[in-house]
Structures are given as C-alpha cells and as structure tokens.
Design a protein around this ligand. Structure first.
Ligand code: BMA
Length: 823
C-alpha cells in the first residue's frame, strides 16, 4: 500500500467570507484562527463567549495536491480521514463525495476515479455545530446534562465541547486527525488482532487478519484471511522485548511464544512489549504491512459473589490488583493543541504519582493512539468508557448504524493494547435513566437497554470478545439493578462534595471499586494569571473567577468546607492554597480508607486527573501541567507500601463543643497496605508529640505484610491527650529508609494551636533542604514561577530537616508556607 499524507498547502476561511488564511492539518478551526490572529485567546477572562459565537459560522478547508504516478497506478485509492469534527461535506476536484457526521469515526472514500497527477483539490465544508444541534433539538428535544448546551446529544461530537461542570462552551471543529490517500494494489490489511492463550511456560498467539480485496477498482469490505483459500497470505515477524526477531510465514494460525515476558501494571512488574509486523503477501510481494506493539498478559475483572456482595477487581495474570488512579478528560478545549509530548508528560506524572490505572471518561472523545501506547509503556491500566455520558439518546436506525461503525472503528484500534483494562458502555447513564433524569418517553429507557446491553455486546462479540465489558459506570452489572450499589460493581460517590458531607463520610462505605469521587480546588495564582491580569479579578467570587468555575455554587461549597477545616484565609493566594489542601485532604481521607480495606475494596479512581482549560475543578494537575497539592498527596497515598491511620477524633465523631457532654474518643489504628507481589517486613513507629514536635511517648514494632494485602495494627487510645497541642506522627521504615509517613490530630486543623514552624530552606545541588522549628502541616515549597516539580511537596514535618529533589523548574525566589499560614 502506498500512503500519501495530505497535510500540506491547506487554507481555510469562514464560509461566505473572503478571509482565506493558512491552515494546519491536522488541526482545528480555533487553533487556525488563533495562529492567524483572527480570534482572541478563548480562555482569557470571558472571551469564551466570543469564541463560542464564532462557531455559528461554517468553515471551509481546502488544499491543492499532486498525486504520484505510483499512487495513480494503484488498483484502488482511498481517501482516509482519521478524525473529522464533525458535520462535514467533502469534495474532491469539486465533486461531492460524501458527508461525515461523527468525530469518533474513521471515514474512507473511494476516489481513484477522481484523481489526476496535478492540481487536485480537496475541499471540506464544516457546518456550524451550534446550528446543527439547535435544529436537531427543535426536531426532538432529547436531553442530557444541563451543563452542556441543548441538543448536544444529537451530534457524535465530544459532549464536553458544549460545556460541562469543568468545561467551557467551546465546540472546536476541523480536521483534527491525519488525512491521507491510500493506494492499494490487489488488497490491503484492514486489521490484525492477536488473541492470546496463556499456558504454563508459553503463550499461544492466534492471529486474526482481515483484508480488503480490490474488485472493480474498489476495496471491498473486510474479510478474514485464512491460510490456503486465498490469493494472498500473511507473514508475521515478532520482535521480542530483547530485540530478537522471528518470522512466521504462510498465514500461521498460531504462534507460540516460549518463556513469555509478561506485561504488568505499574508497581507489580515490568512492561515488556513485543513488536508484531504483519505483511500481506500476494505471491512473493508484500503489498501492505502493519506494525503493532502488544504485551503478553491476561486481563479481566474478577467478579464473584462474596460475603459483602460481589467483588469487582482487575485481575492481571491471575493476580487481583487494587486500581489506583484518576479519571482522564480531554486535554485541551482546542483539539489542535494536543500533542503526544503533552500526553506523555501527563501520563508520566500519573506514573510518578504511583498510578496503575486511568479511566477514560465517556463525555470526551476516544484518545489518540499515542495515549494507549504510552499507557502500555508506563503500566497504566485503562478503563475505557465508550463515548456516551449523562444523557439519553434516541436509537433511530441511522443513530444505531452510526454507533455500530464508531464502536467497530475504536474497538479495532484500541483492543490490541495490553493496557486496555475494560470497556465500559457509558458514564452515569444507567443510574440517571433509572432515576428518570432527562427521560421523557418510555422508548428512551428501552433504547438505553438496547444500546448498552445489546448493541455494544454484539459489536464486542465480533471485534473483541476477550476484553471485559461493563455496561455503565457506575453499575452493578446492568439492567438498572441498583447501579450505584456500594456492595457491588463500581460506584460514583459524591456525598463528599456534591452532598456537602464531611470528609469522614467516606468511612461509612466499603465500595468494591470507586471509579469517581472528587473534590474541587483552585489552580495556583500563576495559572489564574493565564486568564486574567487584573488584580480586581483576584477574588474567588469575581465575575472572571466564576466564569472559570463551572459547577454552580461550588465556590460557596469550597468556603463551606474551608469553614469546617481551616481558619479563615484572608488573602486570595491563601484561599487558592487552602483550597488545594482541602481537596488533597478530602481525597486522601477516602483513598487511605479504601486501601486499608483492600480485598473488599479494590479500586480508587478519583475524579479527575486533568483540565482542558484553566478552571477551578476536581483535577490534581491543572491545565498548565502544574501539580496541585493533591497530585503530591496521590504519590504518597498510592505508594506501593503505605502506612495510614484510622483515627477517631473530632472530625469523625462530630461532637458539639457548645453542648453538654462534649466528649469524644481519641485513638489511632494504624494500617500498612502492601500493593506489591512480595511480602514486606516493615518497622512501624509512632510518637505522641507537642506542637514543637517534641516526643512524649512512642512505640515501634516490626510488622510483616503479606503480598497484595493490608494489615491492621492494634488500636491505641489516648483518652487524656491534649487535643489542641498534641499530635501523633507515624511512619514505616525498611532498611532505615522511611517508606511512608503521616501525622494526625484529634481536634480540627482550624483549632490546633500550631507553633510558628519558622520554615526556611537552602538549595544543595539538585536538592532543596527544608527546615522547620516545629510541627508543620502540608508544607508547600514554591518558586516564583510556581513551576517547580519536586520529589515531594505539601508534606508534614516533625520539625528538623527534609530533603526533596528538584525534578524540574528553577529554585529561584523560593517561598514556603504551611497550614500555620492559613490565617
Ligand atoms: C461525574 C462525572 C462528570 C462530572 C463530575 C463532577 O458525574 O462523570 O460528569 O464532571 O462528576 O461533577
């Protein structure tokens, strides 16, 4: 096959205007307009409104290209679009060749008969997505999340482009993925899929190769290629992780890999990858080839009735794994700005924070190939939602056909990745449809069942019968059977945050797998300054700050939790910092509890990893890539071997100090959880200290924690501890090295009588050495640019010194603060 990319010479203009300007393909309307100075930064202040209005227009893209004689001499030529967003009419040499209406699909058109050697034109007219959804909504007012614009359910375009409770109304458009001409001689490969059978000492690969055979100059539908009965055959070359190669000729029906090197999630082993080259042979000539990387592993969900209900855990190579990660949303409102380098940085930041999983949430779009390649390399298991979220859909025959093609395209593209953990039908629809949300007619309930319990399973049976399928998130298995049951399946738990419950509420549940729970915070000042430079806006209740806060009432909610936790923060910057600590403490409270209950609970995927613009949100990494306090906390609470403390105190028992019987239990119960495949011996230590961190009493003991389990220590009560000026520090050590540590107080952080820790620091090589003269909680180290990436940050100190490594950023203009400074 000959491939010619069509990425040169593009121009675009607003349809009906003469404003032709250079365009970049792949790219998008917003990124082109921005690069050409024809729109303002859509994230600045409330420019979103103007940017949204631009999408009332239609936009046209055109390129003029030549075709090589080798391409023209092919039996058939396909024009392939890997991503068109969304309603587009396509013309080749002024001849209309078709319309696309789904950004999630790959589109191909047979164009051999239209092409010449020189001066070919390809023209694409993108219709206004706003006009389109308005019109469709008027015809059928099918509804979904009120955070998005009316009619968003009618277009197969990332839902969150029309607004979400963390997203702006910025429905970008355009040729967002590669476009190419494919010249086919005789036949081409459609897909190659290697099913794996794992046996003791070897893995058997069973190739399924689909080809398209050219007939009458048109590439036919894919057919499976079987060895002898065809004009073509396939040859497979496998390169092992150590680079040695083996060739298997003559359409092998199976390939045996002896002594396989297994792929493991991060923390449990390595991620060896095998490269598979498949060549399509017509006689002795290779007419096409595909190169794919695979990993050898078994991967499913362990679902089994048990004493608590029903288990729900990833099982990799027969080992049940506690999933640790966050929910991933699209990386940029301007699709044309995403790059593999940015995705790699984001996912490396996940691995750096000890993630072993990410959930691709269903209200965006299916990520690029590079996303999955990087997850394969880093050992991040992917929970993959299909792109349906918070809505009801009308399953017309046309919608169903479109949906089936979308599913097939994406399943074929993604199924080979060892990181693929499971397919999931949708985000939150089973739960909402059951509750009657957005449902206006009975057929919508029926269509729900058809889509997620019939259509998707049918398509999966054909293209990926191996990967585990789960009908919705959350779900207990489908058919509206208590989708958010805490004792079965996965759960979205939002009582902390949306329900205003205190952090301690997490402890009332032992979810089998929490796939969403979250808490908002603001980004730091430097990120705020990317959308406003007016000091007048530097107040969380200002118009501009609330334009960058999309969850109604959320700023009040943050202040409510602030009141429950910290003293009143009297400057804007302190509010931002304190909000990040609130968020980090909330999620820590949940995750540590879930990990302590490992076995019953097997997943903690917090909402949400990232942002698609600078905004107040649940993310742990903001739009600019800066780590919020939560991401550093995640590194600690997802540590493979972690100590945590289930304390009883003011927060857990909610005594009222202004009533009679103001008494409550003060105790600790430590727990060590071990998410490694080895038994671990650790020295556990704890100490009661005063504000200056001086030790009053202490204890240590050796604890043995079996592989993949958690172990409780005995409860210790402190009935007479002074709650305002005593705290407990705890840590675990191995070979003299602290693996995990923390501190706990029994009053509320706002009431604790911190001594001024007099924080100071010095730089030694690539390290920063921080000094505290007293107990310091959540110590933040920042430079002027707020772009330091450190080995640790927002940690507690029991006075003394702590060294952290500088991973990136310049240690210039360093400043330090801790909870003591929230005042
Ligand atoms: C869940 C998600 C998102 C949403 C988030 C925060 O419902 O699935 O739809 O953004 O919570 O409210």
């Amino acid at each position: 096959m000959i491939k010619q990319n069509l990425h040169e010479n593009w121009e675009m203009h607003t349809a009906g205007w003469d404003d032709w300007q250079p365009a970049q393909v792949p790219g998008t309307v917003y990124t082109d307009l921005l690069r050409n100075g024809n729109m303002e930064d859509p994230f600045w202040k409330d420019n979103e409104n103007k940017a949204l209005a631009l999408m009332e227009n239609d936009y046209e893209y055109e390129t003029i290209f030549a075709c090589g004689t080798d391409l023209l001499s092919c039996d058939s030529v396909l024009l392939r679009f890997e991503g068109l967003d969304t309603i587009a009419d396509i013309y080749v040499n002024h001849e209309y060749i078709g319309r696309t209406d789904n950004m999630h699909r790959t589109w191909e058109f047979s164009v051999r008969h239209l092409l010449h050697e020189k001066g070919n034109s390809l023209r694409i007219l993108f219709h206004s997505p706003l006009a389109y959804i308005r019109e469709k909504f008027a015809e059928a007012p099918t509804r979904g999340s009120e955070d998005a614009m009316d009619g968003f359910v009618h277009i197969r375009k990332a839902h969150c482009m029309f607004g979400w409770d963390w997203g702006a109304h910025l429905p970008d458009a355009g040729i967002f993925r590669p476009v190419s001409l494919l010249g086919i001689q005789k036949a081409c490969l459609d897909s190659v899929y290697l099913r794996q059978e794992h046996r003791a000492g070897y893995v058997r690969l069973k190739p399924q190769v689909h080809v398209r055979i050219v007939k009458d100059r048109v590439a036919g539908d894919p057919v499976e290629l079987h060895g002898q009965d065809s004009c073509c055959s396939y040859r497979i070359t496998i390169e092992d992780p150590d680079k040695s190669k083996r060739v298997f000729d003559g359409s092998p029906e199976e390939i045996v890999i002896e002594d396989p090197r297994l792929w493991w999630p991060n923390g449990l082993g390595e991620q060896p990858l095998y490269t598979v080259k498949t060549e399509l042979m017509c006689g002795d000539t290779a007419v096409d080839e595909k190169i794919q990387r695979i990993g050898l592993r078994t991967m499913t969900m362990h679902v089994e009735k048990d004493a608590y209900g029903e288990s729900f855990a990833h099982e990799v190579n027969g080992v049940q794994v506690f999933a640790m990660g966050a929910d991933y949303i699209p990386e940029d409102h301007l699709l044309g700005r995403t790059t593999s380098a940015k995705t790699r940085k984001l996912l490396k930041d996940c691995r750096a924070a000890n993630f072993n999983a990410v959930r691709v949430w269903g209200g965006g779009y299916y990520p690029e190939d590079w996303f999955y390649d990087i997850c394969d390399e880093l050992g991040l298991m992917v929970w993959q939602d299909f792109m349906f979220a918070c809505a009801v859909y009308d399953l017309t025959p046309a919608f169903e056909e479109n949906m089936r093609k979308e599913l097939a395209d994406n399943i074929k593209r993604i199924r080979r990745h060892p990181s693929l953990g499971l397919w999931c039908g949708n985000n939150e629809m089973e739960m909402f449809v059951k509750e009657g949300n957005w449902v206006s007619k009975h057929s919508e309930v029926r269509d729900y069942l058809l889509m997620y319990e019939r259509v998707i399973p049918e398509v999966l049976r054909e293209y990926d019968p191996v990967t585990f399928y789960w009908p919705a998130s959350p779900s207990s298995g489908g058919s509206f059977d208590e989708p958010n049951d805490p004792n079965r399946g996965d759960v979205h738990y939002w009582d902390v945050w949306h329900g205003n419950k205190p952090f301690s509420d997490y402890r009332n549940y032992f979810f089998r797998y929490a796939s969403e729970f979250g808490f908002q915070s603001f980004p730091c000042l430097s990120t705020v300054k990317t959308f406003t430079d007016d000091p007048d806006d530097f107040n969380i209740f200002s118009y501009v700050m609330e334009k960058h806060q999309r969850n109604a009432g959320a700023n009040g909610k943050i202040m409510n939790y602030m009141q429950q936790t910290f003293r009143y923060p009297s400057s804007f910057e302190t509010v931002l910092y304190a909000s990040q600590l609130l968020q980090a403490e909330a999620i820590r409270y949940g995750v540590e509890h879930f990990r302590r209950n490992r076995g019953r609970c097997m997943g903690a995927i917090y909402w949400q990893l990232n942002d698609c613009w600078p905004v107040a949100s649940w993310s742990s990494i903001d739009y600019t890539g800066r780590w919020k306090a939560l991401h550093y906390y995640a590194k600690r609470f997802f540590a493979p071997i972690m100590v945590s403390c289930q304390e009883e105190g003011w927060l857990t028992q909610k005594p009222d100090m202004n009533r009679e019987h103001f008494e409550f239990e003060k105790s600790i119960r430590l727990n060590v959880t071990n998410e490694t495949r080895k038994e671990q011996q650790v020295l556990v230590r704890w100490a009661v200290r005063n504000q200056k961190a001086e030790i009053f009493s202490s204890h240590e003991e050796l604890v043995c924690v079996p592989a993949m389990s958690s172990v409780w220590l005995d409860k210790v009560e402190f009935p007479h501890i002074q709650i305002f000026d005593r705290y407990v520090s705890y840590e675990i050590l191995q070979n003299g090295e602290i693996l995990s540590e923390g501190t706990v107080i029994f009053s509320l952080p706002k009431y604790f009588a911190y001594a001024d820790p007099g924080l100071s620091c010095r730089v030694e090589g690539d390290e920063i050495v921080v000094r505290a003269q007293a107990y310091a909680k959540s110590v933040e180290i920042q430079n002027k640019a707020e772009d330091l990436l450190l080995s640790d940050n927002y940690f507690d100190m029991n006075a003394g010194e702590k060294r952290v490594r500088i991973l990136s950023g310049e240690p210039k203009g360093l400043r330090l603060r801790s909870v003591y400074d929230i005042r």
